[in-house]
Design a protein around this ligand. Structure first.
Ligand code: ADP
Ligand code: MG
Length: 875
């Protein structure tokens, strides 16, 4: 058994279990080991055999003895009887018509039984209890004897804590419990390499991986479980920090456009405004401009509460860029791309930038999935006009258009810029890390190679699976005991059948001081991407892996599979040489100017706790807008009791009569299928819109906005709302990000407890965009203690960052919100509550990356990072 083996190779699974495991993301033995219990069931005092109350359902841990099967002569029924014992006493147990019971458990074996207590208090018994053997722990005894680094011993005594795994239909905690025991009883823990370096572990007093895996799945005491959980939460944060530190190293090894006189341009832009930039805005602009002067591209996050004026910062700095010439050119300008998360926002920002830049002789374009626009129009120079996508692409590639605002449409392959110098992404957490890279790669027109794709070893994942399948088929057909060459031929056959192209003649020179001193010829190179090295040895270890790694280093390949057919079980080791961190980032087949990477600014209004910011944006420098433009009133926020609903509607009516507008937000409903999300959202917002029109506000115009509408339909609704033709906008949280209708000053949030605090705060920000007093009414559906505490925090505080901290604190385990949004596990979320742990993870990660940016000395860590990236990819 090997960590990377698919579960099916070692476990017989029924279809329901397969589906369940797939849903849980458990595909390999390693995944299984990393599928942690959420809690432990404790054998408590109330469940010992001395204190049994007839009628109670109990779970007891102990041993069975004296089991005998006999036949009741009257009813002719089978009965198995015996004793259950634990440290406190014993109780009679019996099973009817289960004659195999006596042979199922051996005398004195450790078991867990559960069932209902029968009989009288003085003479209780348990009939037909469920029995679970836990004697597998005995088999694990001495498992670590050979490995003296591990100082734990699992003794053959009754465990007192039982792991409870995240629930999923089709698979039980009991299955995991037994499966893991089977896994532990093999020698697999000898093969699991620790991604956390030893020095780090001893510095922070963390158990090593083998110990921690046992402790987390089969703890003997709470302190062990806690130590293991701490270790794995550290591991997750550490892996994230390492991957971020690597990104940073990569970023800093790139070259960027230098933007001359940026400060002068930005100053000119600011002085032309009718209002004064806030100090916070000035500070952020200065930080960005300082980055523009560095040789490597900027990688910066601009964090600022809703309404803090991030767009102005983006505009002032973009202004500096579109006023700069490309290197060695007498004409043309550098280009800016601004990516927004929705079409509505892209449209709004397009209009803002037109306003900001209309006195400049530059062209601005809008690119979305549903159409493209250009400003100025040839016919009317103060208007935008529709243009074809093909035309726009051409003008962007030729550099004629200096600034492009758009949605995801901006990162499609067909989009090429001539001199993309500055990429801005609004609300970047809505984009994956990947997409950010993709945007960076949309750089110059002549650049043909997509760097991120070539660089990313994860892209070989599918290919790896196909190769793996072929390997397993060969192993199954041939079994063991053959010579290496036999496996080679069989495999060649199998690869051809599976339509995998391979090369067996590839020769990789080994160089010494640039002189060729040898040749390495791998067994297979698959699809010109993966090196496969076959062995038929009784054992392959670090030496073989290290050797393959050295070969990879001398080649252009990054991934090697070391396969051994010689052992009873097929072993496949993934060996990675990561060139991405060193030189591969600059493709050699393109001109000098194309190697320039744009400066990157990510903007977010999602106030997140500092620990989370340091983790998720660990590769970015951070600027904060901690000040709102003057004259912004605090939003009056109020939780509405069910009895106050009518009077709340009256308050809304007052505002509407004064000429203001209102939002009514309906809760999002979590559903894994995005198509369904839209359907459900549409329904609730729709129903509410209809109800409001019919019963509450018949005299007002009510509009409807939700994710199920087509972009064009959304535009129509938003335009009508902006123009004041719609008075009340019933919507789902699609209005959460950045929608700007200053005259809307009331927001009413239905099912408020269903939203995260940060999200509520953002929604509330929608009504704080003018000098009219803003109101936010929260109408929770359920009034649990924790939800009310959260909503009260929102009533009290107007500080997004403070709310984010409250959000984190009140977040219970199993809360889906964080996991969904950030791709962090529950254990990881626990870690985020501990700033010292996060700081330690960061310091350790940076230390390692500083010394070993290729992670050559840390192969297990490199592998772990790939898993982290896999998770991020699914963002
Ligand atoms: P956000 O940070 O939420 O993206 P915006 O950039 O949309 O905020 O700005 C919100 C509003 O505040 C806009 O209408 C913008 O014109 C205005 N604004 C931005 N900066 C200032 C300022 N320094 N003084 C006055 N109003 C400002
Ligand atoms: Mg904004």
């Amino acid at each position: 058994m090997q960590p990377q083996d698919p579960i099916e190779t070692h476990f017989r699974l029924i279809p329901a279990q397969k589906t369940a495991l797939k849903r849980l993301g458990v595909g390999t033995i390693a995944d299984l080991l990393y599928h942690f219990p959420t809690r432990y069931e404790q054998a408590g005092v109330e469940t010992n055999s001395r204190e049994l109350v007839p009628g109670a359902k109990v779970t007891l841990f102990g041993t069975l003895s004296g089991l005998k099967a006999k036949k009741l002569w009257k009813s002719r029924r089978n009965i198995t009887e015996g004793w259950f014992e634990d440290g406190t006493g014993r109780v009679r147990v019996m099973w009817f018509n289960q004659p195999y019971m006596a042979s199922y458990v051996t005398e004195g074996a450790a078991v867990r039984i559960s069932g209902a207590v029968g009989g009288k208090a003085e003479k209780p018994y348990i009939a037909n209890p469920e029995v679970e053997k836990i004697s597998a722990l005995e088999t694990a005894k001495g498992l670590f004897a050979e490995k003296n680094a591990v100082d734990i011993t699992i003794e053959a005594k009754t465990p007192s804590m039982f792991p409870v795994y995240p629930e999923s239909r089709g698979i039980t905690s009991r299955w995991f419990y037994h499966a893991l025991r089977k896994v532990f009883s093999t020698h697999i823990l000898h093969h699991v390499e620790d991604p956390i370096p030893k020095e780090t572990r001893s510095k922070l007093n963390l158990p090593d991986i083998a110990t921690a895996l046992v402790w987390i799945h089969a703890p003997e005491k709470t302190s062990h479980a806690e130590a293991a959980r701490k270790r794995f939460s550290f591991e997750e944060m550490f892996a994230l920090q390492v991957s971020r530190a690597l990104l940073r190293v990569e970023n800093d090894s790139e070259h960027a456009f230098s933007i001359l006189d940026a400060a002068v341009h930005a100053e000119r832009f600011l002085s032309a405004l009718e209002y004064k930039a806030t100090d916070a805005q000035r500070r952020a602009i200065a930080e960005i401009i300082a980055d523009f002067g560095k040789p490597h591209p900027m990688a910066r996050l601009l964090e600022g509460d809703v309404g803090s004026g991030k767009t102005l910062v983006a505009a002032a700095t973009s202004y500096a860029v579109v006023n700069s010439r490309p290197p060695n050119r007498a004409s043309g300008t550098l280009q800016v791309a601004y990516m927004a998360p929705t079409e509505i926002l892209a449209q709004q920002h397009f209009e803002s930038f037109i306003k900001y830049f209309k006195h400049l002789p530059i062209a601005i374009a809008l690119m979305t999935g549903s159409g493209c626009k250009k400003f100025p129009s040839k016919l009317s120079p103060d208007k935008a006009t529709d243009i074809s996508r093909a035309q726009l692409l051409q003008w962007v590639a030729s550099g004629e258009i200096a600034m492009v605002v758009g949605t995801h449409a901006l990162i499609q392959k067909s989009v090429k810029f001539q001199h993309l110098a500055y990429a801005i992404v609004d609300e970047q957490h809505r984009f994956g890390t990947n997409q950010r890279k993709a945007l960076i790669c949309r750089t110059n027109a002549e650049q043909t190679r997509n760097i991120a794709e070539e660089r990313d070893p994860l892209l070989y994942r599918d290919l790896t699976y196909r190769i793996r399948e072929a390997l397993f088929r060969v192993k199954k057909e041939l079994g063991g005991g053959h010579k290496e060459v036999v496996y080679q031929r069989a495999l060649a056959e199998e690869f051809s059948r599976s339509k995998l192209t391979f090369d067996r003649e590839k020769r990789i020179p080994i160089k010494y001081h640039k002189k060729e001193v040898g040749i390495y010829q791998p067994d297979f190179v698959i699809e010109d991407k993966i090196v496969v090295e076959l062995k038929a040895l009784s054992f392959v270890g670090t030496t073989e892996k290290k050797q393959l790694w050295t070969y990879l280093k001398g080649s252009e390949y990054q991934l090697g599979l070391l396969v051994n057919f010689g052992h009873k079980e097929l072993t496949i080791d993934r060996v990675i040489f990561n060139t991405a961190r060193s030189s591969a980032s600059v493709p050699h087949d393109v001109g000098v100017s194309s190697a320039l990477v744009p400066h990157f600014l990510s903007m977010t209004a999602t106030p997140i706790p500092r620990t989370l910011a340091l983790t998720m944006y660990g590769d970015l420098d951070i600027s904060v807008l901690d000040e709102l433009p003057p004259g912004r009133g605090k939003v009056v926020t109020k939780i509405i009791e069910p009895s106050e609903r009518e009077s709340c509607y009256e308050k809304v009516r007052e505002q509407l009569l004064e000429g203001r507008q209102a939002y009514v937000i309906c809760p999002r409903i979590d559903e894994p299928d995005p198509a369904k999300i839209n359907a459900l959202q549409a329904k609730s917002a729709k129903a509410e819109a209809a109800r409001l029109k019919k019963d509450i506000f018949p005299e007002f115009e009510i509009g409807l906005l939700h994710g199920g509408l087509k972009p064009k339909e959304k535009d129509v609704v938003m335009a009508a709302f902006s123009a004041g033709k719609i008075h009340i906008l019933a919507a789902t949280s699609v209005v959460e990000v950045g929608v700007n209708v200053p005259n809307a000053t009331v927001i009413l949030i239905e099912g408020a407890e269903r939203f995260g605090l940060a999200q509520l705060h953002q929604l509330r920000g929608r009504v704080r965009r003018s000098s009219h007093p803003p109101y936010c009414y929260l109408l929770p559906e359920a009034r649990g203690e924790v939800s009310m505490r959260r909503l009260k925090a929102l009533e009290k505080s107007d500080d997004g960052f403070k709310l984010a901290e409250v959000d984190l604190e009140t977040r219970g385990p199993g809360d889906l919100y964080g996991k969904q949004q950030w791709g962090i596990s529950d254990l990881g979320m626990e870690a985020l509550k501990n700033p010292r742990l996060i700081q330690a993870a960061r310091t350790e990660a940076q230390g390692i990356v500083e010394q070993d940016a290729s992670l050559a000395k840390h192969p297990a860590l490199a592998q772990r990072i790939i898993n982290v990236q896999a998770e991020l990819h699914s963002e």
